[in-house]
Design a protein around this ligand. Structure first.
Ligand code: SF4
Length: 424
């Protein structure tokens, strides 16, 4: 039996949340700060994870001067600042805006777009999803009605390699060459590649219409009740976009299984590194920006650095980033290990999961991702199969449901990761 199966996402998604229609969308943003135990928290949406080198440097300074000196990369390739002071909201907004990181105050929380971060860099994939992400972001920010989307509604733009199509997008685009497969609520339609961003926008409109008709306050497509599926075909027709249904006779699209790119070189002019437990210090941010190229934060809590001069420059930069503590090798004990905020930053946490997750305790690299959670909400857990390490509050964890003392975690986690390696 496969050792690690993720918990089935419940609806509502987190235990203890009120019924869907009673929730308020309190999802934090760059302007709506969340009060955490370690200070205010800001979440900054970065479509496709994209940052210029100058923006990375701004974030390093902001983290040092207003926050706790670090940023957290989220499972959507967004970014969080923690430890912010009570009265820093206006200064934070001004500095982010000055760096071009807040193009719309009214829409800042709905710019949730993940895109294949290696698109255009390594010869894989079929579509320029990075360009689609920019177009879709501009469309989202330009229309007042899109501000009604929740801060959790997700667009996933996959260039055909299958790395982000499985990340649970509400609207997922999968490039197939001149055409694009668009998936909404388990139904697929095909549109032309040139129409992809507008088609995604139309699908979001169809979702909002369905949510209003359902009247249950759904934030996500999967929260719509039976009988209230979005009329995607109608929305596309209304937008003048030609589409064709993907018929039952057509072989089903293989569910993508591609994982994240391994840390290391990415083609001849780019590289990929991981942030240990998803956090980057101000110094690490400056190291990422040092070459002046574009930085793309990834949904696997890493960063792709582009614009390097060639393989020699890639190798040199990797050595420099390794010296700054970033994960540059898939054999690193940090690779594949994640953790939520835990104590002391989160009041709900039953343990200091980040301390317990440090790879110095001997967690085996390779195999399934492993994720440490301080409570049953399991914030930011990976998609697909993963090893679930859940704090229970008495010095004990549940490793895939099996009670395990903290001292026995390394062996238990290493054993739980093995079966996937055996099935590769
Ligand atoms: S999963 Fe972690 S970060 Fe999320 S509420 Fe629980 S303890 Fe806090």
């Amino acid at each position: 039996m496969l050792a690690a199966m993720p918990p089935t996402p419940p609806t509502p998604p987190n235990p203890g949340e009120p019924p869907v229609r009673d929730r308020g969308d309190a999802c934090p943003g760059a302007l709506r700060l969340h009060a955490a135990d370690d200070g205010r928290l800001a979440r900054l949406r970065l479509p496709a994870g994209l940052l210029t080198a100058r923006q990375v440097l701004t974030l390093a300074s902001v983290a040092e001067e207003l926050g706790d000196g670090r940023v957290s990369v989220t499972s959507r390739g967004n970014l969080e600042l923690r430890g912010l002071g009570e009265g820093c909201g206006a200064e934070l907004a001004g500095r982010l805006s000055g760096a071009g990181l807040l193009p719309s105050e009214t829409h800042e929380r709905v710019r949730n777009i993940v895109a294949s971060p290696a698109a255009g860099l390594d010869g894989l994939g079929h579509g320029d999803v990075q360009l689609w992400a920019r177009e879709l972001d501009a469309l989202l920010c330009a229309r007042p009605w899109t501000a009604a989307l929740s801060g959790r509604f997700l667009f996933a733009l996959d260039d055909g390699r299958g790395d982000v199509a499985g990340l649970g997008g509400d609207v997922t685009l999968i490039a197939e060459g001149p055409s694009v497969r668009m998936r909404v609520g388990g139904r697929d339609v095909r549109v032309g590649a040139a129409d992809a961003p507008r088609a995604a926008l139309a699908a979001a409109g169809a979702f909002l219409d369905a949510a209003r008709a359902a009247g249950n306050g759904a934030w996500r497509v999967r929260e719509l009740p039976e009988g209230h599926k979005p009329d995607v075909a109608g929305a596309l027709a209304g937008a003048g976009i030609v589409s064709e249904p993907v018929t039952a006779a057509e072989p089903p699209h293989a569910e993508p299984h591609a994982g994240p790119p391994a840390p290391g070189p990415l083609g001849a002019t780019a590289l990929h590194v991981l942030a240990p437990l998803g956090r980057l210090t101000a110094g690490q941010l400056r190291a990422l920006a040092a070459s002046g190229g574009e930085v793309r934060l990834t949904p696997w809590r890493g960063a792709v650095v582009t614009g390097l001069a060639g393989p020699g420059a890639v190798a040199t930069r990797l050595r420099e980033l390794d010296a700054h503590g970033l994960v540059t090798d898939p054999r690193s004990p940090w690779a594949g290990v994640g953790a939520c905020t835990g104590r002391p930053g989160c009041a709900k946490s039953l343990a200091d999961v980040r301390a317990d997750a440090t790879p110095g305790s001997g967690h085996r690299s390779g195999g399934l991702p492993v994720y440490f959670s301080g409570c049953e909400r399991r914030c930011g857990h990976p998609h697909g199969a993963w090893v679930d390490v859940l704090a229970t509050g008495d010095g004990t964890y549940l490793v895939n449901g099996v009670p395990t003392p903290r001292t026995a975690l390394p062996d238990a986690v290493a054993a739980a990761r093995v079966p996937t390696a055996n099935t590769r």
